[in-house]
Design a protein around this ligand. Structure first.
Ligand code: DGL
Length: 269
């Protein structure tokens, strides 16, 4: 048993989709979340900058005495995952559990991947999916405007901005007869209803935050590192306005964040 918290981070609110899933599968765990709201989006940044940010985010979480770190960010996992692998704390990104879930799910071997420009540019999902199943056909598309839409609370399918952006990014991939679509950015589950509606019933959406959370639960269970004392709790840290984070999170998740939110000077790490 290990009663220390699990550290989770993302560029902003997207990682909350993983927190919600972690709380479902491991309700007794303590969670420390960092959302780098002062520097979001990550997905349009260069690999050098992403590595620097990832190192700082992880160094901050390590000061919270975490037993495991989850990079709940497709961009970090794809473009700076090695920083996490060598951080000296049990670590997972979203990439492997998400790709594995897509391979389990697909029937026709035609898989779509949508993510930030950095994620798609890295080719990490494509490589991994091909390792798992060499004959799979992968169709990737960068969707740079999805993160700003979510961060600005445009998530509903009736929203004209959402409808137009979906059409722009997903029309091509919809023609490809995929049966599985990886939401390769943890912000995208907040658009899942709209994306699912656009893609149609025959396409299964893979939620990277959910798959990563389930994977963390499995790892902690296998290593006998689960928390076995007290109630679950969460603390949130952000690098920009605490009030904006609260408001945006409430709007996107449909419920207030369930713990204290504090500002952190991430540049000091
Ligand atoms: N949630 C992050 C991801 O999974 C968003 C990256 C961004 O800030 O652009 O990629």
């Amino acid at each position: 048993m290990d009663n220390r918290p699990i550290g989770v981070f993302d560029s902003g609110m997207g990682g909350l989709t993983a927190v919600v899933e972690l709380q479902k599968v491991l309700p007794r765990e303590k969670i420390v979340y960092f959302g780098d709201t002062g520097r979001v989006p990550y997905g349009t940044k260069s690999p050098e900058i992403l590595k620097k940010y990832t190192q700082q985010d992880i160094d901050f979480l390590k000061t919270k005495n975490v037993k495991m770190i989850l990079a709940a960010c497709g961009t970090v996992s794809s473009a700076a995952g090695e920083i996490g692998e060598h951080c000296g704390v049990l670590y997972s990104g979203v990439l492997k559990p998400t790709a594995a879930a897509a391979i389990r799910e697909t029937r026709n071997g035609r898989i779509g991947v949508i993510g930030t420009p950095a994620t798609i540019r890295s080719g990490a999902y494509e490589r991994l999916l091909k390792t798992f199943r060499p004959e799979a056909e992968i169709f990737s598309k960068a969707c740079p405007l999805f993160v700003p839409l979510v961060e600005n609370r445009h998530t509903k399918k009736e929203d004209p901005l959402v409808a137009e952006t979906l059409k722009e990014y997903l029309s091509g991939i919809r023609e490809m007869k995929i049966d599985t679509l990886i939401l390769g950015c943890t912000h995208y589950p907040l658009l899942a209803e709209a994306i699912g509606d656009f893609m149609g019933q025959g396409v299964t959406l893979i939620n990277s935050g959910r798959e990563a959370a389930r994977f963390c639960a499995r790892v902690l269970r296998e290593r006998s590192l689960l928390c076995e004392e007290g109630e679950g709790e969460a603390r949130y840290y952000v690098s920009d306005s605490v009030d904006s984070f609260r408001e945006n999170a409430r709007a996107c998740l449909g419920a207030p964040v369930d713990g204290p939110v504090e500002w952190v000077a991430i540049d000091d790490f």
